[in-house]
Structure formats: structure tokens, C-alpha cells
Design a protein around this ligand. Structure first.
Ligand code: ZN
Ligand code: ZN
Length: 468
């Protein structure tokens, strides 16, 4: 099956103005068509200066199966390619599908305790419109940071459910009374009566090194592509404070150690400077939120090869609509100045050349605001290239090499890429996850905030939205 798309413009990732030696190395490997690495294919998240360029007018892209086969720039008004299916989009801009690096697709209410009273059929049924809405907004990949499982991911992959690719971490790990323990102070157990790991909320509770290691192994067994850990207090949890440090450093180190043994990285929910510092010290490479992290903590994350996932829109939406969507008054008072603090830290992260991946972290009916963090990023002073970069970078690229990487004579042995073809750019060999946009996201990324401007969405070479 061949699909031919002719677009008015195409956004291509041009070059990196980062470290020059790294640049040369990267250019060499890109020439060889080798983006990312065996374990985390995709545009390297450490590509700090995404320079998007508008290709010449009228570009044709030929898709074979789920991969881009050819890109021909400057085709003029002629139609150089033949194919059974041709999308004539000469008034639209072609770019990679968007990636949201922090979602909870099963969070159909802002009250995260609620799933413990739901039958699983209802929990997963309510994820269906959430997933479909994400695809309509142009997100072809989402990274779930607590709640989604292998079954939901597979249902989206095989087309049983209409939705983006779901890269999931299973349940987030929380200590007793931590950000993933949704019991109120007066509760002995959650309403479902389920054990600590089988409740249907977004997390599981584990205490002590052995239980933490067992939880990592169990989530990896169930297909987790990363391990999510609650390393500080949070907004939605009923009995902790935002500034709490959660898990001991011994537990965090054990979690990171077991994750690395399994070839996956650890993403930590962390707000304060100390929470981020200790998470990085213990081996975490993906920091979620980070609204109160100082320069030193952000630099430590950068130097560890990690990245930041700010989630500004969720606080903004909770302040405006949280009460109507089921959030408790107690949790809403925790938000305070998290939006403006987070914007300041985001601006510093960019200045310090810390890679940033876009995250929304929305709950319940607020999922519709998924793309609206773009405005908050722009208002924080982030330029269009960085905004587009954060929206298309694959989280997890260039995290520390897994210990068990297959080596032969000191060189990384070729193994089948675990996550399929590389993605996040428009070039031959890349996964054909693409969107066609009415407007120029390079001049004004905010055109991506209105799903009416996302005219066509292509996932794995198949047209899944077309409202031209
Ligand atoms: Zn969180
Ligand atoms: Zn979250």
C-alpha cells in the first residue's frame, strides 16, 4: 500500500547548534540513517536547538507501509509520484505527528481516587474518547505516566481502539501516603478492597527496597517502557504536601538500578529543588513537573543526560475548571503559583540547554486543553523552534545505555529496534506518523492549539483523520 502526500511546505529538522563534536558525531550517524539508538529510536531529545526549516514549496512524500520511503522537495505543481492513494495538501504544512510526553489516559476524573470505585470495564471505556481526542489534536504518540497498560497500548497499535501510540509505564510507584496513595487519612483501604498493587488508580504502593525492586520488575514484566516514580508530594494526592520528599534515596537508587538492568529509564514526579536533585542523584533521567527546581538541579539533570517534562497546562486548567471536574478543594489550594514558577523554570531550562519534552498531564474533562501549554511555553519566552522540538522529541532517546546492551568486540551489536522505526522527523526511513496543518507552525506554533487546524493525521501510514 503506497500513500503519496503532496504538501505546500514541510517542516524539517535542519541542524543542531549544540556542542560541535557532538554535532559532527550526530551528523555522521544521521547520514547513515541512524537516528537515536537501538533501544530508543527517534530524534535525539538532547538535540537542544531544533532548527526547523521550511522546505521548498511543494514537497511530495511517499509512504510505503508504515514508513516514509521517499521525500522529494520542490516538485513544483507537477505530480512526480504515482500511487493508489494521493493526498493533495498543497495548501497545508506537513510535519511530524506531535508527541505528548506526560498523559494519564485512564484519568477520566480529576478525582484520582474515583477509579478505585469503578469496574475496570468502565475505567477503560472512559479512556476511549480520551485517546480518540488526542489523535484529533495531532498527537500520534503519548507517553503515559501512570494508569495505561499493555492492553490499551496494544488496542491502539492494532487499531481496535482509535488513538495514538501509547508508550506506557504501567502503574506509577508510590510510597505509603505518597502521591500515588489516594486513601484519605481516615481510610484503611481503598474502596475496591484491592491489594496495594491491583487497585485501578494510576499508581501502586510499595515500601522498602525489596518491594520497590519487585514493583519495577512487575511493571517491566507487564510491558512498561519506563518506570514512573512519585519522588515528591503532589497536587492530586489527599494526604501529602507538595514539598514532601518521597521514597528514601536507598529506595530510589534501587528502583533506578532495577530499571536500568531491564533497559528502561526512570521518570520521577518531583517539584522542589531538593526533590529533583536527589532524584537525579539516584539515577532518574526524566523529571516530571520540576516547577520549583533551581538552576543547579536543572544543570545536574542536563549533565546526567536527562530531560525535563513541564506540565504547565494542568495547573492552569485545574485552577479554572478543576472543581467542576472533580478535584477536591484541598488539592486545588496546593496549586498556588505553580504556573508562573513553572514558566520561569522552563525559561531557565532552555537557557541552560536542558532538553524539554512537552507534557500536558490533564485529568477528566480537561483533556481537551492538551495543546494549550503551547501558549504558556511561548509566554514563558520559549522560541518556536524549542516549542516544536519539545512537541516532536521522543522522550527517552539518549538516556544511559542499558547495562545489558548486546556488545560484540566493544561495539553495540545490531539488535531489532524495540520500538520500531525512528520517528519525530520527515525523512526516508522514519515512521510515517505525520500531520498536515493549516497555517505555519514555524512562524506561529499556536496554530497547533486549535484542532480545526490539524486537517490530516496519519498514523503508521494510515490516514486516521481528514477534515480538509
Ligand atoms: Zn506528577
Ligand atoms: Zn502525571
Amino acid at each position: 500500500m503506497v500513500l503519496v502526500i503532496t504538501a505546500g511546505r514541510v517542516l524539517v529538522v535542519d541542524e543542531d547548534h549544540g556542542d560541535r563534536a557532538e554535532d559532527k558525531k550526530r551528523k555522521r550517524s544521521e547520514r547513515a540513517g541512524d537516528f537515536g539508538d537501538e533501544h530508543h529510536p527517534g530524534v535525539d531529545v538532547s538535540r537542544l536547538r531544533f532548527t526547523y526549516r521550511q522546505g521548498p514549496k511543494y514537497t511530495s512524500v511517499v509512504v510505503e507501509g508504515d514508513v516514509i520511503d521517499q521525500v522529494k522537495f520542490d516538485v513544483g505543481r507537477s505530480q512526480p509520484f504515482e500511487g493508489p492513494q494521493h493526498l493533495d495538501c498543497r495548501d497545508l504544512t506537513l510535519m511530524p505527528g506531535l508527541i505528548d510526553s506526560h498523559v494519564h489516559v485512564t484519568a477520566s476524573s480529576a478525582n484520582l481516587r474515583m477509579p478505585s470505585t469503578m469496574p475496570p470495564s468502565l475505567l477503560y471505556a472512559r479512556a476511549v474518547p480520551i485517546l480518540s481526542g488526542m489523535l484529533d489534536r495531532g498527537f500520534t504518540t503519548v507517553r503515559d505516566c501512570g494508569g495505561a497498560d499493555h492492553g490499551l497500548a496494544q488496542a491502539c497499535d492494532e487499531g481496535t481502539l482509535r488513538g495514538p501510540r501509547v508508550v506506557h509505564g504501567g502503574k506509577a510507584l508510590s510510597q505509603t501516603g505518597g502521591h500515588g496513595d489516594f486513601r484519605a487519612a481516615g481510610d484503611v483501604a481503598l474502596n475496591s478492597g484491592a491489594c496495594k498493587c491491583c487497585d485501578f488508580t494510576i499508581a501502586r504502593v510499595c515500601d522498602g527496597v525489596d518491594a520497590c525492586r519487585a514493583a519495577v520488575r512487575d511493571e517491566v514484566r507487564k510491558g512498561a517502557r519506563h518506570v514512573k516514580v512519585m519522588a515528591s508530594g503532589g497536587v492530586a494526592s489527599p494526604t501529602d504536601r507538595l514539598e514532601n520528599l518521597q521514597f528514601s534515596e536507598t529506595e530510589l537508587t534501587a528502583i533506578c538500578d532495577d530499571a536500568r538492568n531491564a533497559g528502561v529509564y526512570v521518570a520521577a514526579h518531583a517539584y522542589t529543588d531538593e526533590a529533583v536533585r536527589r532524584a537525579v542523584r539516584c539515577g532518574v533521567t526524566s523529571v516530571e513537573h520540576g516547577n520549583l527546581a533551581g538552576d543547579g538541579a536543572l544543570e545536574a539533570l542536563r549533565d546526567a543526560g536527562g530531560f525535563l517534562v513541564p506540565t504547565l497546562i494542568t495547573y492552569d486548567a485545574l485552577l479554572k475548571e478543576g472543581a467542576a471536574c472533580g478535584a477536591s478543594a484541598d488539592s486545588l489550594t496546593k496549586i498556588g503559583s505553580l504556573v508562573s514558577e513553572g514558566q520561569r523554570r522552563l525559561e531557565r531550562a532552555c537557557a541552560l540547554r536542558l532538553p524539554v519534552c512537552y507534557g500536558s498531564d490533564l485529568l477528566g474533562d480537561m483533556h481537551k486543553h492538551q495543546s494549550k501549554s503551547i501558549a504558556l511555553h511561548l509566554a514563558a519566552g520559549v522560541d518556536a523552534h524549542h516549542v516544536l522540538g519539545s512537541l516532536t522529541a521522543v522522550p527517552g532517546a539518549r538516556v544511559p545505555e542499558p547495562r545489558g546492551a548486546l556488545r560484540s568486540g566493544g561495539r553495540l551489536a545490531k539488535v531489532a529496534p524495540r520500538d520500531g522505526p525512528p520517528r519525530g522527523f520527515v525523512a526516508p526511513g522514519a515512521l510515517a506518523d505525520l500531520i498536515l496543518v493549516d497555517g505555519d507552525p514555524l512562524t506561529d506554533p499556536s496554530v497547533l492549539m486549535d484542532e480545526k487546524n490539524i486537517k490530516v493525521v496519519i498514523k503508521g501510514g494510515r490516514v486516521v483523520k481528514d477534515i480538509r
